[in-house]
Design a protein. Sequence first.
Length: 103
Amino acid sequence: MFLGKVIGQVVATQKDEKLVGRKLLVLRPLQIADEDSPKIVESKNTVVAVDSCGAGTGQLVLFCQGSSARQTSGMKELPIDAAVVGLVDNIEAFSKQIYKAGK
């Protein structure tokens, strides 16, 4: 599982029929940097993931990639490589709270 930030959505009117009705989100993977002053740092790459949680732009999410993405309920037969599997409420790292939703 990975941390990510929803930075947008993808609309594809022509796609595999198994993806019809599925929301596609653009994610920016995140990492936690520096133990002395922990903070969330965005990577430069992006991931397109199928949303299973109702995430919106700006939210921090948990996502899976590869075969783990297809283990999410209702996604076993989908041609996907990434899925949003959770909405992040808060993050604590190195004994410090570094993220709280809504702040």
